[in-house]
Design a protein around this ligand. Structure first.
Ligand code: GLA
Length: 403
């Protein structure tokens, strides 16, 4: 009898201990995301700008093309405007790691290795980005992912001089991104080099809610393609999270398609304007070695870029929607306001921005700068501004209160 009582008591104690242990583990993992900021790399005070290989080249990449792209960023003047990241996407590595488990650059396409490429990119005053995946293989399945190799891979990237990591979510073990991504965050923090961390889990687990503790930007959508419909729906999905963007952590509606040929000039202007006002990363996705005058004109608009890079870092929102007519607005430094009047309809339309909607006190007299015409409008505006906008087109202004 005594013995049975003893065994029962022992069992109870063990169960209580087990319960306490479980509670601890639970709250520890929750506090990992809930309280502690795992990422303190100081990067991305304004949205990152640069170029990425995926939208135009997909898996057809090699070191010669990447080097030429770096050259083109400098020779076209794009780097001076802030486009400094040269980001290599999927397909840069061999499918098999070396005998020590290290990632190795694909010999047939990157024979000089990534370190040599990084040195070249750095010698041009630019930064270099690379791509991996929080799974066993990347999305192309042509190279390994970093799952269970996070610390080793982060060290490899740092040793090569990598400045930016895009981290995809394909072919994983079924666990949540909220447990897999922070491992790479810790690994990058230990790697001994500040590396911009771009989370690419396509918005599945609402990364805007937890991303700022884990990364410097987070995709809010699935992949963009080079069409009006795809572009405008990415902008919509991304807008929902506007309140959660801030310096050091940005909503990412995916990379730019400007210059890839699937949209009209006006549509690309809408694309660039919405990305800029949404404080989205401005990562070019065309072949900048061979871009047209029109493409260059769009992506080099310094006034639009300045809206994106404004130090306040506040993402604009849709402040009014009437069918296919929308007004997007957000504050800029110096009490200015950035506004996009957007016509999504197949017809030309007159659109009015009311001060009421865009957070300017009524009766305020405002000077309007048209960022695509590069003109400060002669007349001043009180209480509202109206413009006629073509189908699938927009106007973008910076409004400045005077007196
Ligand atoms: C995913 C990402 C894309 C690109 C590809 C590469 O689809 O969302 O941006 O990186 O993988 O395979």
């Amino acid at each position: 009898m005594e013995r049975r009582k003893f065994v029962c008591e022992m069992l109870l104690t063990l169960m209580t201990l087990f319960h306490i242990l479980l509670t601890c583990v639970d709250s520890a993992s929750a506090s990992g995301l809930g309280r502690r900021n795992l990422l303190a790399n100081g990067l991305g005070r304004t949205p990152p700008m640069g170029w990425n290989s995926w939208n135009h080249f997909s898996c057809q990449i090699d070191e010669k093309m990447i080097r030429e792209t770096a050259d083109a960023l400098v020779s076209t003047g794009l780097s001076k405007l802030g486009y400094t990241y040269v980001n290599i996407d999927d397909c840069w590595a061999e499918l098999i790691r070396d005998d020590k488990g290290n990632l190795v650059a694909k010999n047939s396409t990157f024979p000089s290795g990534i370190k040599a490429l990084a040195d070249y990119v750095h010698s041009k005053g630019l930064k270099i980005g690379i791509y991996s995946d929080a799974g066993y293989f990347t999305c192309s399945k042509k190279m390994p992912g970093s799952l269970n190799h996070e610390f080793q891979d982060a060290k490899t990237f740092a040793s090569w001089g990598i400045d930016y990591l895009k981290y995809d979510n394909c072919n994983n073990d079924g666990s949540k991104p909220t447990s897999r991504y922070p491992i790479m965050t810790r690994a990058l923090m230990k790697a001994g080099r500040p590396i911009f961390f771009s989370l690419c889990e396509w918005g599945d687990m609402h990364p805007a809610l937890w991303g700022a503790k884990v990364g410097n930007s987070w995709r809010t959508t699935g992949d963009i393609n080079d069409s009006w419909e795809s572009m405008i729906t990415r902008a919509d999905m991304n807008e929902v999270y506007a309140d959660l963007a801030r310096p050091g952590g940005w909503n990412d509606p995916d990379m730019l398609e400007v210059g890839n040929g699937g949209m009209t000039k006006d549509e690309y202007i809408v694309h660039f304007s919405l990305w800029a006002i949404s404080k989205a990363p401005l990562l070019l996705g065309c072949d900048i070695r061979n871009m047209t005058k029109e493409t260059k004109e769009i992506i080099t608009n310094e006034e639009v870029i300045a809206v994106n890079q404004d130090p306040l870092g506040i993402q604009a929102k849709k402040v009014r929607m009437e069918g296919d007519i929308e007004i997007w607005a957000g504050p800029l430094s110096g009490y200015r306001v950035a506004v996009v009047l957007l016509n999504r309809s197949p017809f030309r339309n007159s659109i009015t921005a009311n001060w009421d909607d865009i957070d300017i006190p009524t009766k305020t007299v405002v000077e309007a700068r048209d960022l695509w015409e590069h003109k400060t409008l002669k007349r001043k505006f009180v209480d509202k501004l109206t413009a006629t906008i073509d189908s699938h087109a927009c106007k973008m202004y910076v409004l400045k209160p005077i007196a």
